[in-house]
Design a protein around this ligand. Structure first.
Ligand SMILES: [Zn+2]
Length: 194
């Protein structure tokens, strides 16, 4: 195995580590770890995809005594990953705004479909922005949940959407040093990035 981790007569520790893990890269890894996304957004998206975030249904499995099992944002249904990111009215509204803005006709409404939808490497700028928008939407939903719990207030969907737009525009500014293709410029003008 060590021999497979050698490249140009040098041992690549990262390659050896990955070989020792005996795990193949999942198909949706390219979307989650898209380099245009904010690193902390990528982490939360990764955890959400694995259903590892500490939602109230997960906390109950740890036998914790909770003041409520309801979703902290809408307080209408038990909180779970599926509810928080797909069924909650707040998430639905934010998701529809982001999807409409970035020209995405189909945005899955279940976690399993979501994972299938993320398969493949984002190739064009629009796909990269969609991956970045997805990660930002998931992060801001999670951020607003904390707001509801610790500050006892929910930020409006419009305010969160404005934060998300500013965040994506700031990330995209890093791309300006590279030459944008004509179709990228046309797309950016269409979604009012430029
Ligand atoms: Zn809810």
């Amino acid at each position: 195995m060590i021999g497979r981790a050698v490249q140009n007569n040098k041992l690549k520790v990262s390659k050896l580590y990955n070989l020792l893990l005996h795990r193949d890269k999942v198909q949706y890894a390219f979307v989650i770890w898209c380099n245009l996304s904010v690193p902390k957004h990528r982490f939360i998206l990764w955890q959400a995809t694995l259903r590892h975030l500490l939602t109230r249904d997960n906390l109950l499995k740890c036998q914790l005594c909770l003041p409520s099992v309801l979703c902290p944002i809408c307080e209408l249904h038990q909180e779970s990953h599926d509810h928080l990111f797909f069924q909650c009215k707040f998430s639905q509204l934010l998701r529809s705004k982001v999807a409409a803005w970035l020209g995405c006709a189909i945005w899955p409404v279940h976690l399993n479909d979501w994972v299938d939808w993320m398969v493949g490497k984002p190739k064009c700028l629009q796909q990269k922005l969609l991956a970045t928008g997805l990660a930002a939407a998931v992060y801001f939903i999670w951020w607003n949940r904390y707001n509801c719990i610790f500050n006892l207030c929910s930020v409006s969907v419009n305010a969160v959407f404005a934060l998300l737009q500013n965040c994506l525009k700031a990330r995209l500014e890093n791309l300006h040093r590279f030459k944008l293709k004509r179709k990228d410029v046309a797309f950016l003008e269409k979604v009012h990035f430029l």
